[in-house]
Design a binder for this molecule. Sequence first.
Ligand code: SF4
Length: 203
Amino acid sequence: MSNTMNSQIESMLTPTEVLEHLWCPRFTWFMNVQNIPQHEERRYKVLKGKEIHHRREIENKFYFRRKIGVVNKQNNVYLGSPKLRLRGIVDEVLWLKDGTMAPLDYKYTLASEHDVVFKTHQIQIRIYALLIREIYNREVNKGFVAYIRGHQKLYEVPVLAEDFKEIEKILDEIFMIVKSGQIPRRAPNRNHCIDCCYRNICV
Ligand code: SF4
């Protein structure tokens, strides 16, 4: 891979970076302006490894695809768009019988006791939806999350025009911080500071 391509990929955000920004905009500043990585990276990788192992065991046992009108699928798909400044790997890209496409992501976690998709997972699905729309040039109006711990459950996540706009607005905000180098506002919820890895250097 050429150096130009490498730096292009490095300048694209992942869904995790977007979610971290929403948790606290200063994460963007510490990581991408000050280049101070989080200590939690290792813990995340261990969890992800467990998730992949468990997912492989069960993904072929899911009989839901016919129910949601899947006519084709690809597993473990890298999605990257320099135009959107986004990249990520989605568990499945689905082709649906109505001509639209959709992302599907597995989560090695229990489904919410309130029977809803967690907000962070909704945002992640909408990021993948935006990437699929851009890369495949097809309509994407929904995505799916499968919770695979305990009772396996599949949820549909609607993706509307305003959801795409919301994601694009967040991306603009992140790149504005990186470009200006200015320290952004603190976490919207001060409870987020309690066990934050940056709390000793965040003033
Ligand atoms: S200590 Fe609070 S404001 Fe500072 S980076 Fe952490 S979560 Fe954000």
